[in-house]
Design a binder for this molecule. Structure first.
Ligand code: SF4
Length: 308
C-alpha cells in the first residue's frame, strides 16, 4: 500500500522554476518525516541519464532563466491581474483550515506516496508518471492498489515492456479505462526507453506528447518528479470547486479552460499548492454530488452554496 513513509517527493513543497534547481520538493509542509530525495537534473546527470544535446540544453536553460529570472523578479513588481475573485483570499484560508488535518485520501494515497523511494531517481520519476496515468478516472485507493501490485514485481520501464498486455491488465484492474491504459502505458514506456534512456522528459510539451498523458498529469509530473511548478494541475475536483467558488471569471466547461482561467489571476507562488488542497477538499467536503455545505467554512462566501 502506498504510505507516507514511501514518499520523498512532495508537490506542495515544490518551488517555482528559478535559475537554480538546487532545492528539492521534499522540504514542503506535507513532507513531514519524509526522506528528502528530490529528483533534480543534477541527480539525473550523475546517474548517467541521456542528456539532451548541448544546444538543446542551452536553449531550455535560457528559456527558464528568461521566464523566471530572479533579478527580474526582484526588480519588477508582479503584474496585478486585471480581475480576481472577490473573496478568494478568505476562501483559500478557509479551505486551508478545513484541510489542516491532512486526512483526505489524496494525503496518503496521492501520487507523492505511490513510488518506491528506494529506487533510483529515474525509476522513481517513471513510477510517478505511471501512477498519474493510472489515476485518471480512478479513486486514489484503486490507483494505490494497482501501484502496489506493479511495484511488487519491480516497476521499471523494462519490466513493463517485458510484461504481456494480459498480465498488465490483470495487475492494474480495476483502474478506470484499464484496457486503454495498458495500451498507453506500453506505448509510453517504449518511447521513454527509446528516446529518454528510461527516464521521463522534463517539459510539459514533451510529457503531453506521450500517449495517455494529459496536461494535468504533465504539470503534476513536473512538480512531483522534477520539482518544477509549470502550471496549475487541474483535475475534476479543482475544476468543479473553482467554478463553484467563482474562481473563474466566467463558467468554464473543461479542466484546461479552468487552468487557464486560474493562471490568469492566482499568484504563481500558490500554483503548486492548489491541486492537493482542492482535491482533498473535494474528497471530503465539496463533494461532486451533495457537497457538505452546512459544515463548510465558505458557506457564506460561496456563490454556489445556495443553489446546491
Ligand atoms: S459552500 Fe458548499 S459548494 Fe461552496 S465550497 Fe463549501 S462545500 Fe463547496
Amino acid at each position: 500500500k502506498c504510505s507516507p513513509q514511501d514518499s520523498s517527493m512532495n508537490a506542495t513543497g515544490v518551488r517555482m522554476v528559478t535559475r537554480s534547481r538546487s532545492r528539492g520538493p521534499g522540504a514542503g509542509p506535507r513532507g513531514g518525516g519524509e526522506k528528502a530525495a528530490p529528483l533534480w537534473k543534477g541527480e539525473a546527470a550523475a546517474e548517467g541519464r541521456k542528456s539532451p544535446s548541448p544546444s538543446r540544453h542551452r536553449r531550455k536553460t535560457q528559456k527558464l532563466n528568461v521566464a523566471y529570472d530572479r533579478e527580474e523578479e526582484d526588480t519588477k513588481p508582479p503584474r496585478a491581474p486585471s480581475w480576481e475573485p472577490r473573496d478568494w483570499r478568505q476562501q483559500l484560508l478557509n479551505i486551508r483550515a478545513m484541510r489542516s488535518g491532512k486526512d483526505a485520501p489524496v494525503d496518503w494515497l496521492g501520487v507523492e506516496h505511490c513510488y518506491d523511494s528506494d529506487a533510483p531517481p529515474k525509476v522513481r520519476r517513471y513510477q510517478v508518471l505511471l501512477s498519474l496515468m493510472l489515476s485518471s478516472q480512478t479513486k486514489d485507493q484503486v490507483t494505490a492498489g494497482a501501484m502496489q501490485r506493479l511495484r511488487a514485481r519491480g516497476l521499471t520501464v523494462d519490466s513493463i515492456l517485458q510484461t504481456d498486455d494480459s498480465t498488465l491488465g490483470t495487475l492494474i484492474y480495476p483502474v478506470g479505462f484499464w484496457r486503454s491504459k495498458v495500451k498507453y502505458i506500453k506505448q509510453t514506456s517504449a518511447i521513454l526507453q527509446q528516446r529518454y534512456g528510461g527516464d521521463i522528459p522534463d517539459s510539459v510539451a514533451e510529457l503531453v506528447a506521450l500517449p495517455g498523458v494529459g496536461p494535468k498529469m504533465a504539470h503534476l509530473a513536473m512538480a512531483v518528479a522534477w520539482g518544477t511548478v509549470s502550471g496549475i494541475a487541474v483535475d475534476t475536483h479543482v475544476h468543479r470547486i473553482a467554478n463553484r467558488l467563482g474562481w473563474t471569471k466566467t463558467a468554464t466547461n473543461s479542466p484546461e479552460k479552468t487552468r487557464a482561467a486560474l493562471e490568469e489571476w492566482l499568484p504563481r507562488e500558490l500554483w503548486g499548492e492548489i491541486n492537493g488542497l482542492l482535491v482533498g477538499f473535494g474528497q471530503q467536503t465539496c463533494l461532486p454530488v451533495h457537497p457538505r455545505c452546512q459544515g463548510c467554512l465558505n458557506r457564506t462566501l460561496c456563490p454556489a452554496a445556495r443553489g446546491l
